[in-house]
Design a protein around this ligand. Sequence first.
Ligand code: TPP
Ligand code: SF4
Ligand code: MG
Length: 293
Amino acid sequence: MSGTSASEYICKCTSACAGCSSSLILRHVLKAAGPDTVLVVPACCTSVLQGVWPNTSFNIPVYNVAFAAAAAVASGMAAAFEAVGKNTNVIAYAGDGGTVDIGIQALSGALERDTNFLYICYDNEAYGNTGMQRSGSTPLGARTTTTPGGKTHAKKDLDRIIAAHHLPYMATACSAYPQDLVKKVQKALSIRGPKFMHILAPCPPGWRYDASQTIEIGKMAVKTGIWAMYEREYDTLTLSGPTKAAMIKPAPLEEYLKMQGRFSGMNEEKVKAIRGEMERNLRLLKAEAEGTC
Ligand SMILES: Cc1ncc(C[n+]2csc(CCOP(=O)(O)OP(=O)(O)O)c2C)c(N)n1
Ligand code: SF4
Ligand SMILES: [Mg+2]
């Protein structure tokens, strides 16, 4: 991809499931960041993919930390690099459970400290590594091993929690749009201070679809509008092209839901509730982008 390193920082034989988009995202993130990068990884699928010492499938330094600690470690590491005059990229790469649930207090504190790091939450909408239990980021209606009848609460609105920290840069992205993703990573790394990205990461075993459908599912999430892509620089919000298109002519939400076993057997009332959540979010984002709220 133009503008990214030709080198690979993830070796081909990781233990990721077939069709894993979170490892695809990480491949693009590292190619966008280049070799002068340190990765901070809490307990999550990525900490399995990195391999077991003395072997590793990653070709850059990785600091593996406790589940709740990624943002605190990344922030401290960034301060240490700055103290010795180094510009090394510090990227925390954490799952949704490690971000919206257990790591949220460390993340909030780190975002307030003004240290120079990028925090990326790859969101497969469940605790994948431990067997697909629900997280705060699991969407309404989704079946997980701890919500076998479908989740009864809405997905936690992480992005508005992050927005309340008034960061120099935050963005949402999706594994199915790699050019957009790379551009946002490079922009984030070009800005000094704490930055945040939230990236949708379809997961075949968790979302219960065939591994060959990973890109299609990601595209449908954006085309329906259930996953919105945008950038926020302090209080200025800019919608990304595919989300602007989805606001004008959305793909049918039912199609996105039907593609995934985790939404099987949902009644119309649930679909209506999911649509209501989605439309409310898009209305708020549009108003913010147009400066009318
Ligand atoms: C304090 C603590 N509690 C629980 C665990 C067990 N644990 C390890 S990874 C994980 C789930 C991680 O989920 P997420 O952050 O969404 O990443 P994913 O596995 O989906 O990539 C859990 C519960 C742990 N390592 N530490
Ligand atoms: S469970 Fe999901 S996120 Fe984890 S390695 Fe498998 S496909 Fe990737
Ligand atoms: Mg997860």
